[in-house]
Design a protein around this ligand. Sequence first.
Ligand code: TGC
Ligand code: FAD
Length: 389
Amino acid sequence: HRTVHPTALFGIDGLLSDEEREIRATVRKLCDKELRPHLPEWFDKGGIPARELAKRFGAIGVLGMHLEGYGCAGMGAVSYGLACLELEAADSGLRSLVSVQGSLAMFAIWKHGSEEQKQRWLPAMARGEAIGCFGLTEPDFGSDPAGMLTRARRDGADWVLSGTKMWITNGSVADVAVVWARTDDGIRGFLVPAGTPGFQARDIERKLSLRASVTSELVLDEVRLPADAMLPEARGLSGPLSCLNEARFGIVFGAIGAALDCLETTIDYVGERRVFDRPLASYQLTQQKLADMALEAGKGLLLAIHLGRLKEAGTITPEQVSVGKLNNVREAIDIARTCRTLLGANGITLEYPVIRHAANLESVLTYEGTSEVHSLVIGRALTGESAFQ
Ligand code: TGC
Ligand code: FAD
C-alpha cells in the first residue's frame, strides 16, 4: 500500500509559498547533514559548540530572520516558524539557541533599543558573531516576573545593577545579556556586556532535559553601566512580555517539529519491528496510536500556520499565542511519550531521538510561560477574571 507523510494527510505543503518551502528545506538539510549526527553525543555530554553553531545559523540567515533591517532577513512569520520547526525536529536545544538569540535578545534590542544599540549589536548578532541572552527569570520569580528583586539604581549618570537571574539560556556563552531590573521608574531593560566587572554567569549542571543547550545563572553584584546601557523604549512588564510573544510563537511551530520527528522515527520503526510474527505496524492498537498522533500533529501544524498568517497580518494577540503554545507543546509531549511506548526498550536509549525529545519537551512545557500560566491567560480572556493571584 502507498504511504503518506503525516503532514501530507493535511495537505500542508499546499498552504506554503515556494519561499517558505525552500526555507524549510534549507534548515532541514543543515540539520540532517551537520547537526543530527552529533545530537546524541551533545545531549549525552551535556554541551553544544554554541559559538560555532551560532555562526553556522547566522550564515544561513535564521538569526533574527523575522526582523527588518540591521542585517536581518525580514522574512515572514511562517518562514520563521518553519525554521523553528526544523531546528526543533533536530533538538529543542538548537531551537532554543535560535529563539533566545533572535526572538528574545535581538528582538528586545530591535523593538526597544536606541539606534546606537541597534547598530552596535544587531548586525553582529544576525551573523552569529555575537551571542545574546535574556535574563528575566529569577530564583524565586519565574511565572510571576513582576515580583523580580533585581534592582537598578542611579549613581550620577551611571546605573548600578544587583541581583540574580536563573535558568538563562545561552547565559555563559553570551557576549551581551539583556537584563530586566526594577528601577524607581518601574521595570526597565539593560544591556550588560560580558566581562563587565561584577557580572558573572555560572552554568547549571546535571540537567536531564535540554542537555544540548547552555543554561546559566547570572549574578550581578554592583554592576556599573553607563547611562546608555538602558533600553530606552521598554517601560514596565510589557517590555519583556512583548519579547516573550515572539519566542512563544516560534515554540508553537517548534514543538510540532519535535513531535513529527518522533512520529517519523516511530512509523519507520513499527514497519521494521516484528512482534508475535507480524510487523508492529500491522496491529490495530499501533495504528490507533499512529492515527491519533498524526491528527494532533497535523492539527497543531494547521494552528501554527494559521497563527503565522495572523502574525503576518499584524493582528495576532498574546492570548492567541498562548492558545498555540499550550496546545502544541502539550500535544507534542504526549506524542513523544506515546512514540516511546511503540519503540519498547529501544525507546529509552539515545539511539533513537524519541526520549531525547520527550525529555526536552519537559522544559518546553515549563519555559516561556508554563502550561498552567497559558491556561490562565486563556481563562482570563474567556471570563474577564484573573486567576493568577
Ligand atoms: P499583567 O497585569 O497581565 O500585565 C502587565 C503588563 O504587561 C502587558 N502584557 C503583555 N504585553 C505584551 N505581551 C504579553 N504577552 C503581555 N501580557 C501582559 C499588560 O498589558 C500590562 O501592560 P501595562 O502597560 O498595562 O502595564 O501582568 P501579570 O503580572 O498579571 O502577569 C501576567 C502573566 C502571568 C501572564 C505574565 O507574568 C507571564 O507571562 N508570566 C510567565 C513568565 C514567562 O513566560 N517567563 C519566560 C521567561 S523567558 C524564557 O523562558 C526563555 S526560554 C528559552 C527559549 O525560548 O528557548
Ligand atoms: P514557578 O513559577 O515556581 O512555577 C511552579 C509551578 O507553579 C508550575 O507548575 C506553575 O505553572 C505553577 N504556577 C505558577 N503560578 C501559578 C498560578 N498563579 N496558579 C497555579 N499554578 C501556578 N528564563 C529566562 O528569563 N530566560 C531564559 O533564557 C530561560 N531559559 C530557560 C531554559 C530552561 C531549560 C528552563 C527550564 C527554563 C528557562 N527559563 C528562562 C525560565 C522559565 O521561563 C521559568 O522556569 C518559567 O517561567 C517558570 O518559572 P519557575 O520555574 O520559577 O516555576
